[in-house]
Design a protein around this ligand. Structure first.
Ligand code: ADP
Ligand code: ASP
Ligand code: MG
Length: 426
């Protein structure tokens, strides 16, 4: 069994869907499990619908109509594939919009946003069948069971693995096709509510299937030639990394290399399943292979830049040291507010964290800290991570900018610098 994942960019319009069908036809005779994301920017569009619904904004219906029109236009160009299903899914959302949303924002979000993947797979599966690639469409909500942490659902592994295996059991009379199409990013809570696994979560969905089905390989099809040593949107002269160890891949993803979702690697590593990242535009090229290469460190420095960062420095108002009890309070607040720490450091009298700049959450944090703690912060920063760094690579990327914080381990350096390029004080 091979597990494939096609992201939003690979199914963003009708030529892309046709291209995807061409890629699948190269694997005729193989058993394939194909995980698909929502088309193009559909998840963003549905987030707006959900937000409008929750805020009783009358624009919700108009925004939904745009999502429907986009899908029907693609379907029309693909011989009407999935058109009826799209209309019925959208009708279901319209009914929802006429009712009151659940009290919990995140539950309402998942009710709406989970439909993106249901729409894309309806079109793709139908189009493939029309094109002679016989496939079955599996509703992933039947097999991927989670807790009810809406928007960030945690997998119930044992239950999900058993259900996935049963759905792919060839002796099961319901199973008839070598190709199965299913949705990434979504699942069902144990009590039957739709959930999402966190933005960009389809890579992780594919890894869950690869693990459950003991896949011989997993391929993520992307709009880039493979994993590069930096994001080509921000760096020129990037280098393709042809082989990466699981360890390096998980570190790069964890630090924010958005080409692979960080949760993807561990399930694959656990069963030594090779992961390929390949271009859907040049499927003949080798791309990147991620596997057991742990004794082969990369020779190329890798760069990851997180923009829009804020560096917060917290000290106690009574001039005491920030010890375990103070950290307990701070971490409790960060966890409750869902603020993720990208980097942290403590000194005798202050504790510093670098996080994404989310004004609303940070204001709530600052309010909660006021009293016992004094807070200072700098906005408009960048967090740069270089794996396999040396002095030359640091100097080149920092480019005389002010460094607010620097943390080094043997292989990785992380630097918080001024994004606006304010030069360091001499
Ligand atoms: P998907 O269609 O699967 O959702 P994404 O847009 O999430 O694809 O991921 C692909 C994008 O990741 C690329 O277009 C590229 O801009 C970005 N990216 C970030 N870091 C890297 C990297 N190190 N190597 C390759 N691509 C990267
Ligand atoms: N469609 C979802 C998103 O845009 C999941 C994914 O693409 O991986 O976040
Ligand atoms: Mg993506």
């Amino acid at each position: 069994m091979k597990v494939f994942k096609f992201g939003g960019a690979s199914v963003k319009d009708s030529p892309s869907v046709r291209n995807m069908a061409k890629i699948l036809s190269r694997f005729e005779g193989d058993r394939l499990c194909v995980i698909i994301s929502a088309m193009g920017k559909t998840t963003n569009a549905l987030e707006k619908v959900a937000d409008a619904w929750i805020k009783s904004d009358i624009h919700a219906i108009g925004l939904l109509n745009e999502v429907e029109a986009y899908h029907l236009a693609i379907s029309y160009e693909l011989d009407g594939a999935g058109a009826e299903q799209i209309k019925s899914i959208v009708q279901g959302i319209r009914m929802l919009l006429q009712s009151a949303p659940p009290d919990l924002y995140d539950a309402a979000y998942d009710l709406i946003v989970s439909n993106g993947e249901l729409m894309s797979t309806a079109i793709v599966s139908d189009f493939l069948n029309l094109s002679g690639i016989t496939n079955q469409l599996l509703d992933v909500r039947r097999v991927l069971i989670t807790d009810d942490s809406y928007r960030n659902a945690r997998i119930y592994w044992q239950e999900s693995i058993a259900k996935i295996k049963a759905a792919f059991d060839e002796s099961n009379p319901g199973h008839f096709a070598p190709v199965t199409i299913t949705q990434g990013f979504i699942g069902s809570s144990a009590n039957g509510h739709p959930v999402t696994l966190g933005r960009e979560g389809s890579d992780f969905s594919a890894a869950i299937f690869a693990y459950a089905l003991d896949a011989t390989q997993m391929i993520i099809w992307k709009d880039v030639p493979g994993v590069l040593n930096a994001d080509p949107r921000y760096f020129s002269n990037t280098v393709l990394l042809d082989k990466i160890s699981y360890r390096d891949a998980v570190e790069l993803a964890y630090f924010g290399a958005s080409v692979i979702h960080p949760k993807t690697i561990q399930p694959l590593q656990n069963k030594s399943i090779p992961l390929y990242v390949k271009s859907f535009e040049q499927p003949d090229e080798n791309g990147t292979l991620i596997h057991n290469f742990d004794n082969q460190p990369l020779k190329t420095p890798c760069y990851i830049v997180k923009q829009n960062q804020v560096l917060i420095s917290i000290s106690a108002t009574d001039f005491s040291f920030i010890a375990e009890d103070g950290l307990h309070t701070i971490f409790g607040l960060l966890s409750n507010l869902g603020i993720h720490i990208n980097l942290m450091q403590n000194s005798a009298i202050s504790f510093s964290i670098c996080t994404d700049d989310n004004e609303d959450k940070l204001n709530r944090l600052f309010r909660a800290l006021s009293g016992d703690f004094r807070v200072k912060y700098n906005r408009g920063l960048e967090l740069i991570t270089i794996r396999y760094y040396n002095k030359k690579t640091i100097d080149a990327i920092v480019n005389k900018r002010e460094i607010y914080l620097e943390q080094k381990s043997r292989l990785t350096v992380q630097l918080v610098v001024d994004a606006a390029g304010k030069p360091a004080k001499q």
